[in-house]
Write a protein that binds this ligand. Structure first.
Ligand code: ATP
Ligand code: MG
Length: 290
C-alpha cells in the first residue's frame, strides 16, 4: 500500500505541461526510472525513491499530508491550494503568469470596470484575493478548464487564467490587462517529519539540481592561441577559476580550456577571436559540483 514504504516518494504530474520537463530533470540528475507511462507508482532503478504520478492539482495536498515527501508542481497550484508545505526551490521551467483578461472590444477597459461583473477562472482563491485587495466586488465563476471561451459564451465578463505566450488569449479575442501572480515549477517538501535517510536523499537531490542548473547555464570552451595572447585572453574570460593553459606541439602556441557563463558566451567568443584565438570550440556540460 501507499504508506508502508520507506522510499522517498516524489509527486509528479502524470500527464501535462510539467511531466516531460520534470522527468528529464530527474534523469538529468542521475535518477533512472522504468517506463513511467504505464503505472501510477514508479520505482527508481538506482535509488530508494519512487514517483507517484498524479494530477497536478492533487500534488500540494499529497505533499502536505505526507503521502508524498516531495513534489514538483507549479507555484500557482501551491498558492491556490494554500498548502502547508516547504518550498525548496524554483526550477525555472513551467514559467507562466496568472492574469486577468477581457474581450478586446468589450465595454470594460481595466480591472476597475470589472466591479460587479463575472470572472471565470480555475483559480478562485488567488483571483478572489486579487479583487478583494483592490476593493472590487466580483462574482467568481469556477471552471475546471477552457476558461478562455467563457466570455464568448457570455458566462463571464472577463477571465483570470494562466498565460505564457498570450497566444491562447489572442486566439479567443481577449487582451491581458493585469497580472495577478508570477509562476514557475517549484520543488516542494512535506512539513511532516522525515527519516534521516530521506533527509539525506533530499539534500542529495537538491545539490544535484543545483549542479545541473549551473551546468545548463555554462559552456566549456577550448581554443588555441599564440602564447603572447594569453594575458589578453585571461582578461576576456570571466572565468570561475583561472583557465587551463597547455603548451601545444606547435611552437609558441597554447591550448586554453575554461568554463564561461552562457549569458556572456557570444561576447566572449567574439572577443577571443579578436585577441587571436583560433579553433574555438564550445561544449555543453552535464553537471558541475562545487
Ligand atoms: P492535470 O490533468 O494534471 O490537472 P492541467 O490541465 O491542470 O493538468 P497543465 O495544463 O498541464 O495542467 O498545466 C500544468 C502547469 O503548467 C500549470 O499549473 C502551470 O504551473 C504550468 N504552465 C506553464 N505555462 C502554462 C500555460 N500557458 N497555461 C497553463 N499552464 C501553464
Ligand atoms: Mg490540473
Amino acid at each position: 500500500t501507499l504508506d508502508s514504504t520507506t522510499s522517498l516518494r516524489i509527486a509528479v504530474q502524470k500527464s501535462g505541461r510539467l511531466t516531460d520537463k520534470t522527468l528529464n530533470l530527474l534523469e538529468g540528475i542521475g535518477l533512472h526510472f522504468d517506463d513511467y507511462k504505464r503505472s501510477l507508482l514508479v520505482k527508481c532503478l538506482n535509488f530508494d525513491v519512487e514517483l507517484l504520478l498524479i494530477r497536478d492539482d492533487d500534488i500540494p495536498e499529497y505533499v502536505e499530508d505526507g503521502v508524498c515527501d516531495l513534489g514538483f508542481v507549479g507555484a500557482n497550484t501551491v498558492a491556490e491550494d494554500e498548502a502547508d508545505v516547504t518550498i525548496l526551490r524554483g526550477l525555472g521551467y513551467g514559467v507562466c503568469r496568472l492574469a486577468i483578461a477581457i474581450p478586446k472590444n468589450g465595454s470594460a477597459q481595466n480591472v476597475e470596470d470589472l466591479d460587479g461583473k463575472k470572472i471565470a477562472t480555475s483559480y478562485p482563491v488567488l483571483t478572489r484575493k486579487f479583487f478583494e485587495d483592490k476593493g472590487l466586488n466580483v462574482d467568481i465563476i469556477t471552471l475546471s478548464g477552457s476558461v478562455e471561451i467563457a466570455p464568448r459564451l457570455e458566462i463571464a465578463d472577463g477571465i483570470s487564467d494562466l498565460v505564457s505566450t498570450g497566444g491562447t488569449l489572442k486566439a479567443n479575442g481577449l487582451v491581458e490587462i493585469e497580472k495577478i501572480f508570477d509562476s514557475e515549477t517549484q520543488l516542494i517538501q512535506t512539513n511532516k517529519p522525515l527519516s534521516e535517510g530521506k533527509q539525506k536523499m533530499i539534500r542529495k537531490i537538491l545539490q544535484r539540481i543545483e549542479g545541473h542548473k549551473k551546468a545548463s547555464q555554462s559552456r566549456y570552451i577550448m581554443m588555441n592561441a599564440p602564447e603572447e595572447a594569453v594575458p589578453k585572453i585571461k582578461q576576456i574570460i570571466p572565468s570561475l577559476k583561472s583557465p587551463t593553459v597547455m603548451p601545444l606541439a606547435d611552437n609558441g602556441m597554447v591550448a586554453i580550456h575554461t568554463v564561461v557563463p552562457l549569458s556572456t558566451f557570444w561576447n566572449v567568443m567574439e572577443n577571443l577571436k579578436e585577441a587571436g584565438a583560433t579553433g574555438i570550440v564550445m561544449l555543453p556540460i552535464e553537471s558541475m559540483i562545487a
